[in-house]
Design a protein around this ligand. Structure first.
Ligand code: FAD
Length: 342
């Protein structure tokens, strides 16, 4: 397939299941490409609860979620997987020879002999503003991420949110924008206290405004976005005018494009067998939170077991004539060579 990256296997999703999948494939001599819509690996662990302790990883009495991710990355390192972060896999096509063509949101294309979907609860998407008419202005006047900060120089900005992204961008843009107002719905912030203190200092110097309020409706005249109406805790409606609205309400997972690939889906999870963790499409496997089968438990350790068996199934598919013996890392010279320890 012209212009596509040739791959034995593409892993969709770099949460704990996808990361351990790299390792299990690597032990069997298979190098993977791995794609995630987030800019960094780690899935829910890194995105939703990096600092929280986990107590049910075998042989690790306690570690934080981010530590687990870091260790999985370190363990997978010898296998040199190619990471494609910040790209959502939006399309999967089955080709005539039972290989696959995958396409990402950045138009990276893979021609893959097998696919392992480790998509968790789905790809993380920004929480939207949720005001009538907002979609029309997405990417022009309403932004859920900053692609090019220079675009906001000398502009009137409203930033929504109370987490680190909202505060970091507030501090970054306050000196550069023509005007900047931070809108947050309550007095408590999730962001680092030091950032909140800096923001309050900017407010006291008159460099920006802070408004505690909930967004109500967009102000639009003749198809041009003028700003937003907000409601204060006292119930007063205030009109705030701006060229751009920057919304940082955090990310939440959505099953997303995976739903349209012809996979057998039950309650937002992909049905698999428990021998190979193969889906209804031969050559497409699913591991971790994204799959379902009788007795499924959405735990990190389930994903690890599933990844081990899926790796054997991928190896068998890539080399149908070869028997894949079970080997122990303790004693297998070939595995130790692959691990770089022999
Ligand atoms: P995820 O971690 O969800 O990762 C999936 C990745 O796939 C995501 O990064 C997503 O962006 C990506 N993705 C999806 N679709 C696409 C696409 N189309 N293109 C590109 N990328 C895509 N489990 C435990 O075992 N023990 C615990 O103590 C525990 N505590 C938890 C605490 C909290 C607060 C939460 C929220 C969960 C907890 N869990 C715990 C559950 C655990 O985090 C999940 O079981 C685990 O993260 C599943 O891993 P995964 O790799 O299957 O999926």
């Amino acid at each position: 397939v012209d212009g596509a990256i040739q791959a034995d296997v593409v892993i969709v999703g770099a949460g704990p299941s996808g990361l351990f999948q790299i390792f299990e494939l690597g032990l069997l001599g298979i190098r993977a490409h791995i794609v995630d819509s987030l800019p960094h690996p780690g899935g829910q662990c890194s995105e939703l609860y990096p600092e929280k302790p986990i107590y049910d990883i075998p042989a690790v009495p306690v570690c934080t979620a981010q530590e687990l991710v870091d260790r999985l990355l370190q363990q997978a390192k010898p296998f040199n997987a190619q990471f494609h972060m910040g790209e959502e896999v939006i399309d999967l096509q089955v080709l005539e020879d039972q290989s696959f063509l995958l396409r990402t949101s950045r138009d990276t294309r893979f021609h893959a002999r097998s696919v392992i979907i480790a998509g968790g609860l789905g790809s993380f998407q920004p929480r939207r503003l949720g005001l009538a008419g907002a979609e029309t202005f997405e990417g022009t006047n309403i932004h859920y991420k900053v692609k090019n900060a220079a675009e906001f120089t000398h502009k009137n900005l409203i930033i929504f949110g109370g987490g680190d992204s909202a505060l970091d961008w507030t501090l970054e843009l306050a000196g550069k924008a023509h005007s900047l107002t931070l809108v947050h719905r309550r007095a408590e912030f999730r962001a680092a206290p030091a950032s909140v203190a800096k923001m309050r200092e900017l407010v006291s110097h008159g460099s920006m405004r802070y408004v505690e309020a909930i967004s109500q409706s967009l102000i639009i005249t003749e198809d041009v976005l003028q700003g937003v109406r907000v409601k204060t805790p006292q119930g007063r409606i205030e009109e705030l005018f701006a060229d751009h609205l920057l919304v940082f309400y955090g990310l939440h997972p959505k099953l997303g494009p995976i739903a349209d690939w012809g996979l057998d889906i039950d309650k937002r999870a992909i049905k698999v067998d428990t021998e190979k963790f193969q889906t209804n499409i031969p050559g497409v496997f699913a591991v971790g939170d994204i799959n379902t089968y009788p007795g499924k438990k959405k735990l990190i350790l389930s994903g690890f077991h599933e990844a081990a068996l899926a790796a054997f199934a991928v190896a068998a598919r890539l080399n149908p004539s070869k028997k894949i013996p079970l080997q122990y890392t303790t004693t297998s010279p070939i595995m130790q060579k692959r691990l770089g320890v022999a």
